[in-house]
Ligand binder design. Structure first.
Ligand code: C2E
Ligand code: CA
Ligand code: CA
Length: 587
């Protein structure tokens, strides 16, 4: 039975949403249903006092069971757990389009008797709650898959059972049976780690392009492939070698070995044995982690093998990759950023820099772009490329962007105060904002607080896959009176399509795009056509990353007048830009 089916059944049996959701998972962690129900009622009800949807409380408990830390010294695990929590919240927010509270979902207040009455009479729980429950399960399953607790492999191993016919006890027994393989594997591995005098390796592998195999030959064939691999691993793995089909096409083998050479021989043996099935060639990505400290948490060892496997997927030279400490360093730099980001906001370590935009013809400043810098007390200046991707993943970018929007508005206000009303400042709007409603509200507040005309705060949105939701949001922002700039035009995706869908005022040509186009006659022709197109569509056009006099000349010739780049000026602190601007305006 899948987690979804279990939760649905429990909800229909009138358990609360948090009980249904937590109950669907608790057994995977060896917790009995009764205990799970007891904890989740109180915990869920407690969370509801703050109006939070019970699915969130239950999901966080599931994540706690999987990723929580119990060793007070284990900061790495603590960080990891926190990161997983943020990841869940972010995904939930996105899928629920910002609906996070019971009141949002049920449209009534379940904590009051009147609210409860309406909810009961209209049957709103069964109507509205499956949506957050199912979203939560999808997200949790995705996240838990890392540790092989995914339900599909549990259900897949022994087939499905008819729901109605099973009593709670039978259900329990069946789940236990499905789980036993997994538990046995984990027990064996623990025993091996405890007793072995040899070295031990965690080998994780998956099938390259397995999805394509499924698409090409059908899912049944895909299932046969997996069955074949399982049966071959059973034959290959000898004493003190254990394997588990973690989830769909991901396998884990844990083995003792004498030398690295022999370990590689073993990996090649596995690979050669399973490389062809029914004349279809299969390719694999192998990640290997050699255990250094047998007392380390087993989950961390699995994690490291997984990191190596993921790296092998990207590696063009070798499809077998050993875990290296660089992976950990990457994790540490992430940890550094995640640990420091809140303090950075609180202590105002984030700073707004401004980079001028020029008109070639007028040879005058026509605006600026606000770019964030992190001035760290120990590390000095940290550039956005190092931290923005991480903050976008964990959602913290919202706060950073809000801060920059405020700073930019205050700066514009200062310019207006000095009589300069023709120097708009553009701010970057991370894609994440375009998926929720808070962004408009915050922009409204920022504008109200600074009292500046809206059109002076321009919004840069990065061109991206053509997404209707984003186009809709862009329309709303445009209707609100903001000017929209399409950032990084030509750097990827379907630029022309998005022009059709979204009402931009200006396109910013990406630095790489310009560079690539300038090297050939054909490229120059394309660039000229883009300029013509922009003129016909009455769109402004600005070239980014202009570094040389030749580039300026070439852009001038084809009719692209607006530029931004090191040739003119690098991003600078607002004070410096203000002085430059005053000089430019002869004030
Ligand atoms: P972007 O929006 O495309 O910003 C332009 C980047 O190009 C800036 O890098 C700028 O310093 C750099 N640049 C400008 N002129 C030149 C040039 O002539 N040559 C070269 N090589 N580079 C030039 P920066 O400031 O490091 O920002 C990198 C990216 O980080 C930005 O790319 C933007 O996507 C993101 N970012 C920066 N600040 C923010 C922010 O406040 N919020 C959000 N969401 N993203 C931001
Ligand atoms: Ca930008
Ligand atoms: Ca850009």
């Amino acid at each position: 039975m899948t987690h979804r089916e279990k939760a649905d059944m429990l909800l229909r049996r009138q358990y609360h949403c948090s009980q249904a959701l937590f109950g669907a998972y608790a057994e995977d962690f060896g917790m009995d249903l009764q205990t799970a129900f007891k904890i989740s009622t109180c915990f869920g009800a407690g969370m509801r006092q703050g109006d939070i949807c019970g699915c969130i409380s239950a999901s966080l408990m599931v994540l706690g069971l999987a990723f929580g830390f119990y060793d007070a010294q284990d900061r790495e695990q603590e960080m990891y757990g926190n990161q997983k929590t943020r990841e869940f919240m972010e995904k939930f927010r996105q899928r629920m389009e910002g609906e996070m509270t019971c009141r949002d979902i049920l449209a009534h207040d379940i904590t009051t008797p009147e609210g409860r009455m309406v909810i009961k009479q209209a049957g709103l729980i069964l109507k509205n709650c499956p949506r957050p429950i199912n979203h939560s399960i999808d997200i949790l399953d995705e996240m838990l898959a890392e540790y092989g607790r995914e339900e599909s492999s549990i259900a897949g191993a022994g087939g499905h059972w008819p729901l109605e016919e099973l009593s709670d006890q039978e259900e329990m027994r069946a789940i236990m049976k499905q789980n036993s393989k997994r538990n046995l594997f984990r027990r064996n591995v623990s025993e091996l780690l405890f007793s072995s005098r040899q070295s031990i390796a965690f080998i994780q592998f998956d099938i390259r392009r397995f999805k394509i195999i499924n698409d090409l030959y059908g899912e049944r064939f895909g299932d046969e492939v997996l069955y074949y691999i399982r049966s071959q691993l059973k034959k290959i793995c000898g004493r003190r070698q254990y394997f588990l089909n973690l989830r769909s096409d991901v396998f884990m083998v844990v083995t003792e070995f004498e030398t690295e050479e022999k370990l590689l021989d073993f990996v090649h043996l596995v690979e050669n044995t399973i490389s062809v099935f029914k004349n279809v060639q299969l390719q694999f990505s192998f990640g290997i982690y050699i255990v250094e400290d047998k007392n380390m948490e087993r989950r961390q060892m699995e994690d490291r093998a997984a990191m190596a496997r993921k790296s092998a997927k990207k590696d063009v030279v070798s499809h077998i990759v050993f875990y290296q400490t660089q992976f950990k360093e990457l994790l540490y730099s992430r940890k550094f950023i995640e640990e420091g980001m809140q303090a950075a906001i609180d202590d105002r370590q984030f700073k707004m820099y401004l980079q001028p935009k020029y008109s070639i013809a007028k040879s005058r400043i026509v605006g600026a772009e606000a770019l964030v810098r992190w001035i760290h007390p120990d590390r000095g200046m940290i550039y956005p490329n190092e931290f923005i991707p991480i903050l976008e993943e964990n959602g913290f970018i919202r706060q950073v962007d809000y801060f920059i929007w405020e700073e930019a508005s205050a700066f514009i206000n200062r310019c207006v105060g000095a009589g300069i009303t023709d120097c708009p400042v553009s701010v970057n709007v991370s894609r994440i904002h375009l998926q929720d409603d808070a962004c408009q509200k915050v922009l409204g507040e920022v504008i109200a607080k600074s009292g500046i005309p809206k059109e002076l705060l321009e919004l840069e949105i990065t061109e991206t896959v053509n997404d209707q939701q984003i186009s809709r949001k862009a329309y709303e922002l445009k209707e609100d009176g903001f000017r929209l700039l399409m950032d990084d035009f030509g750097s990827g995706y379907s630029s022309l399509n998005i022009l059709l869908e979204t009402p931009f005022d200006v396109i910013k040509l990406d630095k790489k795009f310009i560079e690539n186009m300038m090297v050939s006659d054909r490229g120059k022709l394309i660039l000229e056509q883009v300029v013509t197109m922009a003129q016909k569509l009455e769109l402004g056009l600005l070239a980014e990353g202009v570094e040389t006099a030749e580039q300026v000349e070439a852009l001038r010739r084809i009719g692209c007048d607006l530029v931004q780049g090191y040739y003119y000026a690098k991003p600078m602190p607002p004070e410096e830009f203000f002085a430059l601007l005053k000089e430019d305006r002869n004030i």
